[in-house]
Design a binder for this molecule. Structure first.
Ligand SMILES: *Cc1c(COP(=O)(O)O)cnc(C)c1O
Length: 390
């Protein structure tokens, strides 16, 4: 069902918008202006399930509904369980809040020295530069501050953020996020990247963005020029399912890669979206074909109203085990849990070490076979050089 050997990503082209001039369709401003943002617009295009309909009525006070025409075309409207659909169409389960869930599930607020900066690790910071995205993922960890649906009133303070980074020489790596940084205009992004590039102790500048997936039209030659000029800029995209790997995304990744942007991918493990070995394998294979290196697979954060999308951690470990050794080593993402209360990302791995005893490590390989390797380093033996080799 999800062939892994297909080099060409598929495309639904203009799909439901086939009467629109191609010049409009390919214009990212047109895509943004024509997003689906209301229940009425959604129902004009598809039949919703009762759970989705109620979800759309509940959503506006929590996290806005927004879907770009490009991404909407990837939905199978005849399949209520479509894995693309579950990511962006609200469901009534979002109103069910479980114990332990929170509006700030990874404790960003308490590690924020100035608005927009999250300084959790010693040498790097997260810099939230906008509160808007092209479309909204229903499991968004920053539901509290993106889309303006809650009373949060987030105004990214770019000057304060830049000043904080400049004043802290221990910061060698900045990750621009939001909201989606690629929604900033070319001029604004150019200016921001230029200001960051001028900070002498900043070695790495990276961007987390789902724009290539939601709005590939945004990856214009002009934007790529901005990234190239201020490079190297590292960029992580966010795909969860092979169906998102369209021709349009592949072309956008090509433009980025040719502008010298190293590409990675972050996925979130989601129930009935990608909690399946074949689907995950197909996803990572397609990513590699687009020059994108799978980086992290996240356990879904404990954001309020996400329990219907979460997957048991044991299942995540099994899925990683199903990939490791069975496919290209660098196709396997690192499974992580972003620990609640600001603990940071913790790597979660299958255990391949059975025991360490009697000077031996007992290893279990990907085929479930057992091997041994001496666990201790030998004392180096002073070896005399034979006369004929001296
Ligand atoms: C994820 C994250 C980073 C970057 O983490 P890496 O493991 O280096 O990719 C930095 N700061 C914060 C607050 C983060 O959440």
């Amino acid at each position: 069902m999800y062939p892994t050997d297909r080099r060409e990503g598929w495309s639904s082209g203009q799909g439901l918008w086939s009467d629109v001039p191609a010049s409009d369709w390919n214009d990212w401003h047109w895509q943004l202006r024509n997003r689906i943002t209301t229940l009425a617009q959604l129902e004009a295009k598809m039949v919703l399930t009762p759970e989705e309909r109620a979800g759309c009525l509940f959503a506006p006070g929590k996290l806005a509904l927004a879907i770009t025409p490009h991404f909407f075309n990837l939905i199978d409207r005849d399949d209520p369980d479509c894995p693309v659909r579950r990511q962006v169409i609200p469901r009534i389960e979002e109103s069910h809040v479980e114990l332990g869930e929170s509006s700030d599930p990874v404790g960003e607020e308490k590690t924020s020295p100035v608005p927009g900066i999250v300084h959790r690790y010693p040498d790097r910071v997260l810099f939230l530069v906008t509160d808007r995205c092209a479309a909204y993922c229903r499991y968004c960890t920053r539901s509290r501050l993106v889309s303006n649906a809650q009373a949060y009133d987030f105004h990214p303070e770019l000057e304060a953020g830049i000043a904080y980074i400049a004043a802290h020489p221990e910061i060698r790596d900045v990750l621009l996020s939001g909201g989606d940084p690629l929604l900033l205009s070319d001029a604004k992004l150019d200016q921001l990247l230029g200001r960051l590039r001028a900070i002498p102790h900043l070695e790495v500048i990276r961007i987390g963005s789902r724009i290539p997936v939601f709005l590939p039209q945004r990856i214009t030659p002009e934007l790529c020029e901005v990234l190239k000029r201020n490079g190297p800029i590292w960029l992580n995209i966010h795909t969860n399912h092979p169906r998102e790997c369209t021709q349009e995304l592949a072309a956008a990744c090509d433009r980025l890669a040719l502008a010298g942007v190293p590409l990675g991918n972050q996925s979130v493990l989601l129930r009935d979206v990608n909690d399946d070995s074949l689907i995950l394998r197909s996803l990572v294979h397609r990513l590699l074909q687009m020059r994108v290196r799978p980086y992290y697979l996240y356990a879904c954060d404990l954001i309020e109203g996400s329990s219907h999308l979460r997957v048991p951690v044991e299942r995540g470990i099994e899925l990683i085990r199903s990939l490791r050794g069975h496919t290209t080593g660098f196709a396997v993402p690192q499974f992580v849990i972003d620990a609640p209360q600001g603990g940071g990302k913790v790597p979660i791995n299958p255990n391949y070490v059975e025991a360490i005893r009697d000077g031996q490590v007992i290893l279990r390989n990907f085929e479930d076979r057992v091997y041994q390797y001496p666990s201790g380093a030998n004392q180096p033996v002073k070896t005399p050089i034979p006369r004929n080799l001296a």
